[in-house]
Write a protein that binds this ligand. Sequence first.
Ligand code: HEM
Length: 403
Amino acid sequence: MSASPPPLPHGPAFEADPHPAYRWLREHSPVHRIDLPGGAWAWLVTRHEDVRAVLADPDMLKDPARGNEVWRRSGMGLPFDHRPSLVRSMVNADGADHARLRGVTAGAFTPRRVRTLVESAERVTADLLDRITAVPDPDLVRDLAYPLPIAIICDILGVPPEDRAEFHRRAAVIDASAPEEIAAIGATTDWFDDYLGHLVDVRLATPSDDLLGDLVEAHREGRLTRDEVTSTAFLLLVAGHETTVALIGNLLLSLLRNPEHLERLRRDRDLVAPAVEEALRLESPLQNATWRFPRTATALGGVGLAAGEPVLVSLLSAGRDPERYDDPDVFDPGRGASHLAFGHGAHYCVGARLARMEARVAVEAVLDRLPGLRLAVPGEELRWWPSVIMHGLFALPVRFDTP
Ligand code: HEM
């Protein structure tokens, strides 16, 4: 072990630049016990090889009921591991239950379905760019990264146009709140609980041709409970929104920090897709994958873990492991390396194809419409969400040349 003290993997200094702490952990304590807000603690896994092994391991369970008592009492977890109408979804399930819950959404994310959404993403993005070029203080998180994914997930789910502004406002509270801001998150969660229940009632009365309509149909046929319908809709909203916001923001920041790549992308659009992959590796939108709990006592990286002890695997750290990537801190879209930013194994992201499409559409529009793009503030002033799970920017203020 090094003489220097272990870094704290949360708090303002860590949020501003988490990479030195992850470097220390990979080198000195790759399976490290960390304290978390609210009295909880967890094992934090930081090496690429270990992260991949945990994600692939069917004995690392996702059901929050398998977490030990300290974890369950602390109120940690995805927003609200204790509310049946919002948490009975695939991300909290294992084995056959997981396969059943995941199966009902598969049709919504096929290559064909995603292709049909490209036009809608391009239309939404074009409108957003019209606004960005007209406002005095353009911010590519507030004005592009936020509104694009929420518009698309509302299309997929079937949220009526008149409710979308409120839906967007409420989703932002969940995205940007620190875990200790329990009251704000609780009130927002109440709202989603009521609202999604209302959308289900509407579809029970009148079937519809959208994902929520499909879920309600599965409920009618006895394949899903009502709680599973609302929980799946809530999961898709949270998992499909804030992650993509973070990807678009982090990708644009990577390009702004590396202007030579920004210019190369302007000239050669074939480089956009590899740049999206490289941003996923370098600035993983999910800092840590969701919680896991060993089914039985086990060993990892030379450390003994008891059954039910909470485990977080750091996707952000895995993406920068020098054992896996040469010059891991360098943004190099040409490296063509795979990454773990969408997870691995049974819980691999169902929306990966959709997220890649949205990021590509957003970047292409920025390249087309914003010449001379640059940051409006020094890079050190950018602020990141204070989250144990997410890794995304609050704001990305920019300037560009006007014709
Ligand atoms: C850049 C954007 C995205 C990233 C980085 C991302 C990342 C991930 C990761 C790492 C997992 C695995 C979590 C774990 O094993 O603990 C996951 C699962 C999931 N993602 Fe995504 N995601 C993104 C976008 C989306 C979108 C657009 C949707 C849907 C609209 C979505 C829906 C889901 C769902 C439902 C799961 C749970 C899968 C399961 O438990 O079987 N994600 N995502």
